[in-house]
Design a protein around this ligand. Structure first.
Ligand code: ZN
Length: 227
């Protein structure tokens, strides 16, 4: 009788351990995403590989962070959904009201991965998982009295750090209309530009396609840092 009892406990323990092990494996997989294959991109008619695309999206995001600080409203409106654009506008306004300026600088990619690209009823939807590292600090922009002015900008840092690097991870979702050809001739100079994401002619800088036909960010989700 005792044998059966001990045997039962041992079997129960083994099952419990296996279940816990499976659960841990499952949950750790959930925080990882598969990259799309280059073969797949070729099959759906893309002339770029996943690394080129993912890096272009990273550069777009970096330009957006820069654009927010330099208040390049026209550029931001062109590459962001109305919702995200309005959120950035609100942030800029809040900072101005509080007389502070948020500085994000020296942005570097830790990685940028294309994890999904599909064509749904003529709309292409892409998801990019990226991790960036950057320097972030906050400056006091309130008017200075004469004696304070001599101290200069160095002592006006009121948050963040000029030396410590921060890291953040996002899942960025982008959309554009599907077109069979993504090489477009510039209406101004005729130069042919591949519009992976840019609306501007490489040679003369003119806008070459309508907003619908280049990638626009419609969602940006913060993701817990993966290790
Ligand atoms: Zn041009």
């Amino acid at each position: 009788m005792m044998i059966f009892f001990i045997g039962g406990i041992i079997i129960f323990s083994i099952i419990t351990i296996v279940c816990i092990f499976l659960l841990i494996r499952l949950s750790s997989k959930e925080s990882q995403f598969m990259e799309v294959s280059n073969r797949y991109l070729k099959d759906i008619g893309k002339n770029y590989n996943r690394d080129k695309f993912a890096m272009a999206i990273y550069e777009l995001y970096r330009d957006i962070i820069d654009g927010v600080q330099k208040e390049r409203y026209e550029f931001l409106k062109d590459v962001l959904s109305d919702n995200i654009y309005n959120n950035y506008l609100r942030e800029i306004k809040i900072s101005k009201d509080r007389q502070i300026k948020n500085i994000v600088t020296d942005i570097k990619p830790v990685f940028s991965r294309l994890i999904s690209l599909i064509n749904k009823d003529g709309t292409e939807i892409a998801k990019v998982w990226m991790k960036i590292s950057f320097i972030e600090y906050m400056l006091d922009m309130s008017p200075q009295t004469g004696s304070q002015e001599k101290i200069g900008n160095e002592n006006r840092v009121i948050g963040g750090s000029k030396t410590r690097r921060f890291e953040k991870e996002y899942i960025i979702t982008l959309v554009k209309r599907h077109t069979p050809k993504e090489s477009v001739a510039c209406p101004a100079c005729g130069y042919i530009t591949d519009i992976i994401l840019r609306n501007q002619c490489i040679r003369c800088g003119s806008n070459i396609v309508n907003r619908k036909f280049h990638w626009v960010i419609i969602a940006k989700e913060d993701k817990p840092l993966s290790r």
